[in-house]
Ligand binder design. Structure first.
Ligand code: CP
Length: 491
């Protein structure tokens, strides 16, 4: 059983406030930043107490250091990052960083690293409720509520605070065994298909994306998780969303990013895909994101290259990150994917998005109905995996779908005479306004883009409240950050 530390936590907080009030000048500006989670709660309380003592020039923020930790690869996804709120003017103003326990100094170092991304603070001081010794880095606290000299490594300090733990207390006891129950781990150096992933692996990508999506809400939208890595976007087909999303995802993780387009490259002089890829790899890259018109191209490169390969769409085969972001958007909007009735409508035969959606959604427990004309939707799709049905009539079960994912009519892949006319396609398989009126009131409408407005989807539906289309694009960024992070940290 852990033993309570005396004096108690409330007295230790009083002690810290006393030291801080004696040191800082209440008439001078002071920035106070608490390290999430308990350091932030302590900072809230201390700021409140100091303001009562007349410190009315305090600016106050919260920092989450998860994505700056040097052991991030061991923590990933089990320790989601929380919000960082640093709407304060750091430059040259004195800064006080508050945390609950100081031990190795690694959390404080991560905080200093993170804060350096937001500005150049003036004189920086550290306050902790408990200094338990065991330092591994040259970091000391300036203000300490309670000091425990050189607590053995097999003992641990817990700070409990009433906001989070129901009561204030500081406890010392035996550290739990370092063997943490095995969480999900990522083993894939490449992301080539969703067919090869398990449900747990897809959920691990989602959990990692949850962590990274928070980065996009920060005033500094960048973390060092891929610092020193090089990501190449090798796009042999046109793209707006996927290409920009992978570029931005890599940049948000602090990777160096190279963009390769087939147009203007030596591919036009007859250089093969493998030669092109090997030459790019020779420049020392870590990840190649590849989009190519040939099914299987990503897999082929994964065998020829030493770096990680991420499939950004290979012919009509798969578009794994699209499948992931579609399922992630459903989970976000509807709370879950399991049990959802999802229609994927249109040109299924030519669609890599449909294939990746089928794998992601069925693995996560959704019921998938594929809808389209027989020429664009072979019955054989029903044999792909359990949980998939084929319908050649959009209207018959229209009111039963929780999600309708409208696919783009792919003129560039369409063989002639797969349907009579565009007008005919819209009449039978488009999400027209009339059809939309017969759907569930809160049906979620998705589209991978680019849209043919007025062909597969009515203008007002695409821009209306049921549309998750721009959310898909927003979520794509977090999903691609997660994928880039995981493939470069495969265990
Ligand atoms: N959804 C999608 O793949 O769009 P882009 O072709 O613009 O990348």
């Amino acid at each position: 059983m852990p033993d309570p530390v005396q004096p108690d936590a409330a007295t230790l907080i009083d002690e810290l406030v006393r030291q801080l009030a004696g040191h800082f000048d209440k008439n001078q500006p002071l920035n106070i930043v608490g390290i999430r989670t308990r350091g932030a709660i302590l900072a809230d309380r201390i700021v409140h107490r100091l303001r009562l003592l007349g410190f009315d020039k305090i600016d106050h923020g919260v920092i989450d250091v998860t994505l700056y930790r040097d052991d991030l690869s061991r923590l990933s996804a089990r320790t989601p990052a929380g919000p960082t709120r640093l709407d304060l003017k750091l430059d040259n103003n004195p800064l006080l960083i508050i945390d609950d326990v100081l031990s190795t100094g690694r959390t404080m170092r991560a905080a200093l690293d993170a804060l350096a991304d937001y500005g150049r603070p003036g004189a920086t001081r550290v306050a902790v409720l408990v200094d338990r010794g065991g330092r591994e880095l040259p970091i000391e606290a300036d203000f300490v509520g309670h000091r425990i000299a050189d607590l053995p490594k097999d003992r641990r300090v817990w700070v409990h605070l009433r906001e989070l733990d129901g009561k204030d207390e500081v406890l010392v006891g035996d550290a739990p065994s370092t063997h943490t129950p095995p969480g999900p781990t990522w083993k894939h150096k490449h992301l080539l298909t969703l067919e090869e992933l398990s449900r747990e692996e897809i959920e691990l990508i989602f959990a990692t994306a949850d962590t990274f999506s928070e980065v996009s809400t920060r005033s500094v939208k960048k973390v060092p998780a891929l610092r020193g890595k090089v990501v190449v976007n090798a796009f042999f087909e046109d793209s707006t969303r996927t290409r920009m999303s992978f570029s931005l995802a890599a940049q948000r993780l602090s990777a160096d990013v190279l963009d390769f387009s087939e147009k203007g490259s030596s591919a036009s002089k007859g250089e093969t895909l493998i030669d092109t890829a090997r030459n790019i790899e020779a420049m020392g890259i870590d990840v190649m994101v590849i989009r190519h018109a040939s099914s299987g191209s990503a897999q082929m490169l994964s065998r020829a290259l030493k770096c990680s390969v991420v499939n950004a769409g290979d012919g009509a085969h798969e578009h794994p990150t699209q499948g992931l972001l579609d399922a992630y958007t459903i989970r976000q909007r509807l709370g879950k994917v399991e049990g959802m009735n999802v229609a994927i409508v249109g040109d299924i035969a030519n669609s890599r998005v449909a294939r990746s959606d089928i794998w992601a959604l069925t693995k996560l427990g959704a019921k998938v109905t594929l809808i389209g004309p027989p020429t664009l939707l072979p019955r054989s799709f029903e044999k792909l995996t359990p949980g998939v049905r084929v319908l050649n009539d959009f209207d018959v079960e229209l009111a039963s779908f929780d999600v309708i994912n409208m696919l783009r009519v792919q003129n560039e892949r369409m063989k002639s005479a797969q349907f009579p006319t565009i007008r005919e396609f819209t009449r039978l398989f488009g999400l027209t306004w009339d059809r939309f009126q017969r759907c569930k009131k809160d049906v979620l409408v998705l589209h991978p883009g680019p849209m043919n407005r007025g062909v597969e989807i009515h203008n007002e539906i695409a821009d209306g409240p049921n549309s998750g289309i721009l959310k898909q694009v927003e979520n794509g960024l977090a999903i691609r950050m997660a994928v880039l992070y995981l493939v470069t940290h495969a265990g």
